[in-house]
Design a binder for this molecule. Structure first.
Ligand code: SF4
Length: 319
């Protein structure tokens, strides 16, 4: 089911995607039966939601309309989205609203750290909107958030999922210096899809960003992901794997694209579970330490368990 210009909460009065309103409706095929999600109605879900709201935080789980929210929030796994709920880009797949964001909240790093402490997270994922309006793209705010979590929750491991910091010289170095445990930056799609799916970004810039993280600090795990079902060919997915391995990326995620509203890019195809299993197998042969490929794989899904496996895989390889 899709919603026409959705509203994530009942309180929202303005349409979320005015910039997409003029687009013709894009019709996706009906969902196959392997795309099944758990309804968000458990006690754990309600507890997580309360902590998120009490701390005035934004989560990508809600903003992106993630299909895994029932499962993740039941286990108190939420992915925090810092620097507001408004993005300066307008990618064709993304449900986060576009516009001119407000200024940064200087208290946000402490509030995020407090929520991580209250939720008792062993591993946290922090992401953000794109902030092309800021001189450093929000790099220092990312770094401050990492440091605040380290101070309040010294045993929590930290994974960040960053924007591309395109044309923000020196920004990446600021984030890497704060030493997250995992640096994730998603390619989102194959190079031929960039102009229609991710028009504000540049494929080779994103590859280079990931490569640079490893050059600056080889101890940080690097991670990237793509969505499939956007019209890509299999050989293009294999090319992405090779490009990521050239950049020494450790962890690859591949998941099915789902259309948030009819004004977003259509689902061109539902990739079968067998095809995902095939991608996973090929990716391991290409040398990734970890691969997650399935219809409901999302960057932050099971991130805590995956981090433990990632560490074990590195230790096994260097033993
Ligand atoms: S997969 Fe990630 S974005 Fe989706 S609900 Fe889980 S933590 Fe949130």
């Amino acid at each position: 089911m899709v919603v026409l210009i959705d509203t994530v909460s009942d309180k929202q009065v303005r349409p979320r995607h005015p910039e997409k309103a003029h687009r013709p409706d894009a019709q996706s095929p009906p969902k196959p039966d392997w795309i099944r999600v758990r309804a968000p109605n458990t006690r754990g879900y309600a507890d997580t939601r309360k902590i998120v709201k009490e701390n005035g935080l934004v989560t990508v789980c809600e903003e992106a309309g993630c299909p895994n929210i029932g499962e993740c929030w039941d286990k108190k796994h939420a992915t925090f989205m810092i620097m507001g709920d408004t993005c300066t880009r307008a990618c064709a797949f993304c449900n986060v609203k576009t516009g001119m964001p407000d200024g940064l909240d200087p208290q946000e790093p402490e509030h995020v750290a407090e929520a991580v402490r209250k939720l008792g997270l062993a591993h946290v994922v922090i992401t953000s909107v794109d902030r092309d309006d800021l001189a450093d793209g929000g790099a220092e705010h990312f770094a401050r958030t990492i440091r605040a979590i380290r101070a309040q929750c010294p045993t929590t491991t930290i994974e960040i999922l960053t924007p591309d910091f395109l044309r923000k010289d020196g920004a990446l170095e600021v984030v890497v210096a704060a030493r997250p445990d995992v640096f994730n930056h998603n390619l989102e799609t194959v190079p031929s899809g960039y102009l229609t799916v991710r028009p504000g970004a540049r494929y080779f810039h994103s590859i280079r960003l990931l490569q640079r993280v490893k050059e600056i600090d080889p101890t940080i795990f690097t991670k990237s992901g793509i969505m499939v079902g956007l019209g890509e060919e299999r050989h293009e997915v294999l090319q992405v794997m090779d490009d990521l391995r050239s950049a020494d990326v450790d962890f690859l995620t591949i998941g099915q694209y789902l259309q948030p509203t009819r004004k977003h890019h259509a689902v061109m195809r539902y990739v079968t579970p067998d095809e995902f299993a095939g991608y996973e197998k090929v990716a391991y042969t290409k040398g990734f330490l970890m691969v997650s490929a399935s219809p409901l794989t999302r960057s932050s899904h099971h991130a805590g368990e995956d981090f433990a496996r990632l560490k074990a895989a590195r230790e096994a390889r260097t033993a």
